[in-house]
Design a protein around this ligand. Structure first.
Ligand SMILES: *Cc1c(COP(=O)(O)O)cnc(C)c1O
Length: 409
């Protein structure tokens, strides 16, 4: 026995040591210290339920209550989800160009759980995955804990955050296991056109790289924009599409997500088996909400979705109007989802050198918190969550305006 055993010395694993949430780290570095004289306004949390203005539809609550009272939804479901729930998801997301059956669906713990499974099944340690910049920080965190290299492809703010296709292609090598595409995007609020998605698919097809399509925001898109499921645009590229109830149904806490296996050329045989194997390790999502899924997906009235989109669109145009009037800030017009990226023209300010400093001082002086772009790998921008109530947004932008005036050269 080595002398290591002579005393208590309990060490955390390499996986634990590599686990990180960039948002936490950067937010901690802001030394969270709001101005106590002013009521705190958060434009930072990507949870639409916290302000009381975005609520789940009553019919979804009733669907869950019905299952609770049935006494039939308390046992272990199949590891990848009950056949009824998977059928309901297949029916809701099938597309003439990308047909789905229950066998193409796995239910998982939130869209985060879906992404974790997708990375696990596609990427060995030492491989690389191509991720959007700016992008949702979970992707990089998942890659890091698997010792998978994250390579970031650029999005172009000047053309609605479209993918820099040349840059994307230049990153592909023999070790590239997947390209992750997030549409509509968090943090950008961008929605890609059919033509642009087809160009991304062309790059993937040329180099035979499968795609993980994070489509959690699906058709939460504004007037004159259309959401195209990526899988519906290709007859060749294998795609794992991920989504869930969190955003469109406004219940992030219910933790229901799904993986849709789209395999037009039969390249995913091993991947299907691998996903099933992985799903057996920890069983899938909560049995009660799973049992309610057919009702949730089929009975939620259309008016509920329309109202959500209307409200998001209203809050977005209010935010665009207010923020574009502030000298030194350059918002990029969102086309869907719940976020807006705002460029900080640091050259116009006397004492704000970075996005982190902007967020830090805005919080300390005005008690308004928005996340610095560095949380999304994108300095000199901040992300604004547009789901607070209009009166809160109005007050936040008024304070932001005064703040910028005070700090401009
Ligand atoms: C919120 C979000 C997720 C995570 O969804 P959960 O179902 O809450 O795990 C995944 N991807 C993006 C882009 C998101 O914004």
């Amino acid at each position: 026995m080595s002398s290591d055993r002579a005393a208590w010395k309990v060490q955390s694993s390499k996986v634990a040591k590599s686990a990180h949430n960039p948002i936490r780290k950067i937010v901690d570095s802001l030394k969270l210290d709001p101005n106590a004289q002013k009521e705190f306004i958060s434009l930072s949390v990507g949870d639409p339920t916290i302000f009381g203005n975005f609520n789940v539809d009553q019919s979804c609550n009733e669907a869950v209550i019905k299952q609770l009272n049935s006494f039939k939804a308390n046992g272990y479901p199949a590891a990848h989800g009950t056949v009824q729930a998977r059928e309901a998801v297949a029916k809701a997301f099938t597309h003439p160009e990308a047909p789905l059956t229950a066998d193409d669906v796995l239910l998982v713990n939130g869209c985060s759980g879906a992404l974790e499974l997708c990375l696990n099944v596609l990427c060995d340690a030492g491989k690389n995955i191509l991720l959007p910049r700016p992008g949702f920080p979970l992707y990089g965190s998942l890659a890091a804990t698997r010792f998978v290299e994250a390579k970031y492809y650029n999005l172009k703010p000047e053309s609605n955050w479209e993918v820099d296709l040349e840059h994307l292609e230049s990153l592909i090598d023999d070790q590239t296991a997947a390209i992750l595409v997030n549409n509509p995007s968090n943090p950008c609020g961008s929605v890609y056109s059919r033509e642009h998605l087809e160009k991304v698919l062309k790059v993937a097809a040329k180099h035979h790289v499968p795609i993980i399509a994070d489509e959690i925001y699906c058709d939460l898109v504004f007037t004159n924009n259309t959401f195209y499921p990526m899988a519906s645009l290709t007859k060749e590229v294998p795609i794992l599409s991920v989504g869930g109830l969190a955003k469109k149904w406004l219940v992030p806490g219910w933790r229901i997500g799904w993986i849709l296996v789209n395999d037009p050329v039969g390249a995913f045989a091993e991947i299907r088996e691998g996903l099933l194997n992985l799903s057996q390790v920890i069983l899938g999502p909560n049995s009660v909400v799973q049992a309610a899924l057919p009702d949730i997906l089929h009975n939620t009235p259309k008016s509920f979705y329309e109202k959500t989109i209307e409200q998001l669109e209203h809050n977005t145009s209010f935010s665009m109007d207010a923020v574009s009037k502030i000298d030194g800030l350059k918002p990029v017009q969102p086309q869907g989802a719940m976020y807006m990226m705002v460029g900080i023209e640091t050259a116009k300010f006397k004492d704000i050198a970075s996005d982190v400093e902007f967020s830090q001082k805005l919080l300390a002086e005005e008690s308004v918190l928005c996340l610095p772009g560095q949380c999304f790998n994108y300095p000199d921008y901040v992300r604004i969550v547009i789901t607070p109530t209009i009166d809160r947004l109005e007050e936040a932008y008024k304070r932001m305006d005064e703040f910028c005036a005070r700090h401009r050269k």
